[in-house]
Design a protein around this ligand. Structure first.
Ligand SMILES: C[S@@+](CC[C@H](N)C(=O)[O-])C[C@H]1O[C@@H](n2cnc3c(N)ncnc32)[C@H](O)[C@@H]1O
Length: 236
C-alpha cells in the first residue's frame, strides 16, 4: 500500500464507531466466524503466541481465543483509536498483550523468524494488492514456528468475478442490507469498499499460499463475500 492508500484506510478506521456498528449488526459475519474459529482452536492444547495483523479493536481475537492460554499477543494496526479500544477490550491478557501502531508490512518485516505460532489476519489483507499480499504471505510463513497456524479471514472473490464486479456487488449489498447505518455512514462504507478493497479470488489464495510454504488445513467458513481458512507451516 502506498502512503496515500494507507492514509485513506487509516482515516476510515480512526472513526471506529462505523466498524463497531458493522460488528454489532453482524454484517461481516463476525458471529459465525468466531463460533467456527473458536471451535477450531479449542481442539488443540497449544499455548498461543499470537500476532494479529490489522487487529482493529481485537473483538475477533478476544472471542476466537477466549478460554485459551494466550502466552503472548501482539496486535498491529494503523488506527490509534482501534488500538485503544483493543487495549480496553483485552483486559484478561494484560500481562501478555502488546500493541504496535503501524503498517502490517513494516511490522512483519521487523518481526523475528519463528516468533509466533498463530498469525491471525482478519479482514485486513484485502487492503493490499495481490503482489503485495504475496510478500506478506511469505513474511507470515517466516515469522511462524514450525507447525504454526495462519488464520486468514477475508473478503474473497469467486473466479471469474473481477475486482470491479465484486466491489460493485458489495456496494449494492451495503446500500440495500446494512440498514442500521445512517445514510452518511452507509455511503462512507461504500466509498471505502470502492476505493480501498482489493479482494483476491479464493483460487488465487489457495494457489499462492503453498508457494510460500503455507499448506491449507481447512476452510472454516465461506459465503458469497467472505471466508475463513486455516493454513499451517509444516517445514522449518
Ligand atoms: C475491517 S477492519 C478488521 C478489524 C478486525 N481484525 C476484525 O476482523 O474485526 C481492518 C483493520 O485493518 C487495519 N489495517 C488495514 N490496513 C492496514 C495496514 N496496512 N497496516 C495495519 N493495519 C491495517 C485497519 O486499520 C482496521 O483496523
Amino acid at each position: 500500500m502506498d502512503d496515500h492508500s494507507l492514509d485513506r484506510v487509516k482515516q476510515v478506521f480512526e472513526q471506529w464507531s462505523l466498524y463497531d456498528l458493522i460488528i454489532h449488526h453482524n454484517y461481516m459475519r463476525h458471529t459465525q466466524l468466531v463460533t467456527c474459529l473458536n471451535e477450531f482452536v479449542k481442539q488443540t492444547e497449544i499455548r498461543r503466541k499470537v500476532i494479529d495483523l490489522g487487529c482493529g479493536d481485537a473483538w475477533m481475537a478476544k472471542h476466537i481465543f477466549q478460554d485459551m492460554v494466550v502466552e503472548s499477543y501482539l496486535g498491529v494496526d494503523l488506527s490509534d483509536t482501534a488500538l485503544q479500544e483493543a487495549a480496553d477490550q483485552l483486559t484478561d491478557w494484560t500481562s501478555a498483550q502488546q500493541f504496535r501502531q503501524g503498517d502490517i508490512a513494516e511490522v512483519l518485516a521487523e518481526t523475528p523468524a519463528n516468533s509466533a505460532n498463530t498469525a491471525l489476519a482478519s479482514y485486513s489483507l484485502h487492503h493490499f494488492h495481490d503482489d503485495q499480499k504475496l510478500i506478506l504471505l511469505d513474511q507470515i510463513h517466516r515469522i511462524l514456528e514450525k507447525d504454526g497456524q495462519f488464520l486468514w479471514i477475508d473478503l474473497a472473490r469467486i473466479a471469474p468475478q473481477t475486482r470491479d464486479q465484486y466491489v460493485d456487488e458489495m456496494a449494492n449489498h451495503i446500500r440495500h442490507d446494512w440498514q442500521a447505518l445512517r445514510e452518511s455512514q452507509n455511503e462512507q462504507a461504500v466509498q471505502h469498499v470502492l476505493e480501498s478493497d482489493f479482494p483476491a479470488t479464493e483460487a488465487w489464495m489457495l494457489e499462492h499460499t503453498p508457494q510460500v510454504g503455507l499448506q491449507l488445513d481447512r476452510c472454516l467458513f465461506r459465503d458469497e463475500y467472505f471466508g475463513a481458512w486455516v493454513f499451517a507451516k509444516h517445514d522449518d
